[in-house]
Design a protein around this ligand. Structure first.
Ligand code: BDP
Length: 704
């Protein structure tokens, strides 16, 4: 195999994502050729067309010539791209009953004497997913001579949440502007929208919320709905529905009503008419997502109504159209002195069973806010009568923006595997979100997108892996981060580079935890933009906006006591979890300071004092980045130069910023602990005042 020569025509820049379809080695080509001699796709419905176009595109790039398409099976080697109801499949007794609406099977079979590869679902979109899976087999060099694959998604709603504003600013976006060029829509549909849809379909994503949760009511205006319609038309063949965010006060802003009270008949009528209007423009519209009474957003509490009353009003208007309402549980009230960890649970748990069937309460993976590590959110398992969906953040607001290499698959796996013990041992977070609360109830997962107008889509080559991994976990919350990384690495960097790339990825998120917030610390980022360290910040209006609120370091020790002696947030978990996490001796050390305030001289599992352990972790994090740099240097010439150089540069940025985090954090905490650095650990390059004086007012992605 010739490294670096595979890409023909254009220099690689990451635009092709994991759908690069590199020319096959001659041995693989020879192996596959007799098994892929022609394509039979009996009809030209748009989704089948999208599937066969993709197959043709991939085949041509990998084999170097067009795959012949025929009307009927003609000898061995047909790839039959079809649906369960195809006459070709009669009498074959295939397991379509297991596939649900969106699953697929890929099966090697003999049909009328012809050895055939069948790719089929119960629906066209199932078939499309099957084609992408087949292409992945070819891309990753798997055997295809005796296939028997059956796969179906475990969750129904698998959506990206774009935090995109109408002026194309992306909140917490580090990949350029919003993809949605509202000003040119609907008459100009950028071809990129189709590539976006292809990429999403390739990993099973079936919905996209186009607009920011900090919502602007204007998206619901008739002229904007025409633009949304244009996007929906591009996405439809790929099985992707569009959703929008609804600003709760839209009846006032757009409808000129005096109130947005969800129990007011005029308000209800306004929303019903608005939602009917949306469906008249986009008949398969997915539904709405709402952030209410959180961080200044309007909501039902403005009228002394509950979240359930607010959500149900919209859900009732969506129900006749089979629309879904996603209602976020990310709330912490303005005047509430309660530990922020506790607030969402306090507000939502008593509402269990009060939401309509077509509501999905969208819960972040942890109780605070997408930190590098958080314990799983206590609401998972605690609302058995309410459909809960997972919200992950794909964009790396708190994990180094686009330039830090941090594979989030390991973080998501950790959360999904966590045992809630509700109702019983083994009830992992994955099980909780996969199990419909009653037959037919919605299930889902949302990921805050990291996609923008940058050529490489995600702001960095490696952040594409997080988009990819999100899709795979949304399809199967029990998936394994390493297997996902392996698929991505093989397709994105080539099979020969996959091993070192996977090694880098698998340790990368833990490194970020270590150099930013080790041992269960959290939310120590600088104010507003969250770029760089700010553990000293203590002057912001609300206590929980200040990093000092989260680490509570003082002369005696460090950490947030959330046990019964402290805020008692721990009591929101099942008794088994309370027991395990209630003692510093039995809690996993990586959550230690999340739940416990401990003396600086506390002995950690390594035998070191807490202070020494903290310093050791900061250095360990920086060291891992150094190792990633060395691993990457060794890949020079084995991957294309342009992407290689970009990653090299970004790793250098990461190393500098990891060192900044380490130095600033140690300088600050040492000013409190008043302890010497353990032997072998060098002092920060500058004094604390130097780090405090660093200011980055123009850091990207800020909320506005
Ligand atoms: C925080 C972000 C903020 C979002 C908020 C949310 O800093 O920009 O609006 O989450 O999820 O992490 O609503």
């Amino acid at each position: 195999m010739c490294f670096g020569l595979a890409n023909q025509g254009h220099a690689e820049d990451g635009y092709d994502l994991w759908l690069r379809y590199q020319p096959l080695e001659s041995s693989a080509k020879a192996r596959y050729e007799p098994l892929v001699t022609h394509l039979v796709a009996p009809n030209a419905r748009p989704t089948i067309r999208a599937a066969t176009d993709e197959l043709q595109r991939g085949f041509k790039a990998m084999f170097g010539y067009d795959l012949v398409q025929r009307e009927t099976l003609m000898g061995n080697g047909a790839v039959l791209v079809t649906r369960a109801d195809s006459p070709n499949l009669k009498g074959l007794d295939l397991p379509f009953a297991k596939l649900g609406e969106e699953g697929y099977l890929i099966r090697t079979a003999v049909i009328a004497g012809n050895r055939t590869t069948i790719i089929a679902g119960n629906s066209d979109v199932g078939t499309l997913y099957g084609v992408f899976r087949f292409l992945k087999l070819l891309q990753t060099g798997q055997p295809i001579d005796n296939l028997d694959i059956v796969d179906a998604p475990k969750l129904k709603v698998r959506v990206l949440n774009h935090w995109d504003n109408l002026d194309r600013h992306v909140e917490r976006g580090y990949a350029g502007q919003s993809l949605w060029d509202w000003q040119k829509l609907p008459l100009h549909k950028d071809p990129r929208y189709t590539d976006y849809a292809r990429a999403n379909a390739s990993i099973g994503i079936n919905g996209t919320v186009l607009t920011n949760v900090n919502a602007n009511a204007d998206i619901l205006r008739p002229d904007y709905l025409q633009k949304v319609k244009a996007l929906a038309e591009v996405f439809r063949p790929y099985g992707i529905k569009v959703y929008l965010t609804a600003r709760f006060s839209a009846p006032i802003e757009l409808g000129k009503l005096k109130t947005a009270d969800p129990l007011d008949p005029q308000v209800q009528a306004w929303w019903k008419a608005k939602i009917d209007e949306i469906y008249s423009v986009i008949p398969d519209f997915g539904g709405l997502l709402v952030k209410a009474n959180s961080e200044g957003q309007p909501g039902p509490a403005d009228y002394k109504r509950t979240h359930a009353e607010g959500a149900n009003m919209l859900a009732d208007a969506l129900a006749p159209h089979h629309g879904i309402l996603m209602w976020r549980a990310f709330v912490y009230a303005a005047e509430n002195a309660e530990d922020r960890h506790k607030q969402a649970y306090t507000e939502f748990q008593p509402l269990d069973g009060k939401f309509r069937d077509n509501v999905l309460v969208q819960v972040k993976n942890g109780a605070i806010d997408f930190q590098p590590r958080e314990p799983f959110h206590p609401l998972f398992g605690a609302m058995p009568k309410t459909p809960l969906m997972m919200e992950f953040q794909i964009t790396k607001e708190y994990l180094g923006f686009a330039t830090h290499l941090a594979y989030l698959g390991t973080m998501w796996e950790e959360v999904l595997e966590a045992d809630t013990f509700r109702p019983k041992k083994g009830s992992t977070v994955a099980k909780v979100i996969e199990t419909p609360v009653d037959a037919g109830a919605a299930t889902g997962m949302a990921g805050v997108a990291n996609i923008g107008s940058d050529r490489n889509w995600s702001g960095s080559q490696f952040d594409q892996a997080n988009w990819y991994a999100f899709g795979r976990f949304a399809w199967d919350p029990d998936a394994k981060a390493e297997a996902i990384a392996r698929d991505w690495a093989a397709m994105t960097w080539g099979r020969e580079a996959a091993d070192p790339v996977v090694r880098m990825m698998m340790g990368s998120r833990e490194a970020v935890v270590d150099y930013m917030t080790p041992l269960g610390l959290a939310h120590l980022m600088a104010t507003g933009h969250h770029y760089g360290p700010g553990p000293w910040v203590s002057d912001l209006a609300r206590p929980e906006w200040n990093p000092v609120y989260y680490h509570k370091a003082d002369a005696a020790g460090i950490g947030f006591d959330r046990t019964a002696k402290g805020s008692d947030a721990l009591s929101q978990y099942a008794p088994e979890v309370v027991k395990a996490w209630g003692s510093p001796k039995t809690i996993p050390e990586n959550l230690l300071l999340w739940f416990h305030h401990l003396p600086w001289d506390y002995r950690t599992k390594s035998g070191r004092t807490l202070w020494d352990e903290l310093v050791t972790r900061y250095d360990a994090g920086v060291d891992v980045v150094g190792k990633m740099q060395a691993d990457w240097a060794a890949l020079r010439g084995k991957v294309d130069e342009t992407r290689w150089a970009e990653v090299r540069d970004f790793l250098a940025i990461q190393h500098a910023e990891a060192t900044w985090w380490r130095d600033a954090s140690i300088a600050y905490f040492q000013s409190i602990s008043k302890r010497p650095l353990p032997a072998g650990h060098k002092p920060p390059a500058h004094d604390l005042e130097y780090y405090k004086a660093i200011s980055n007012p123009y850091a990207p992605g800020q909320g506005k």
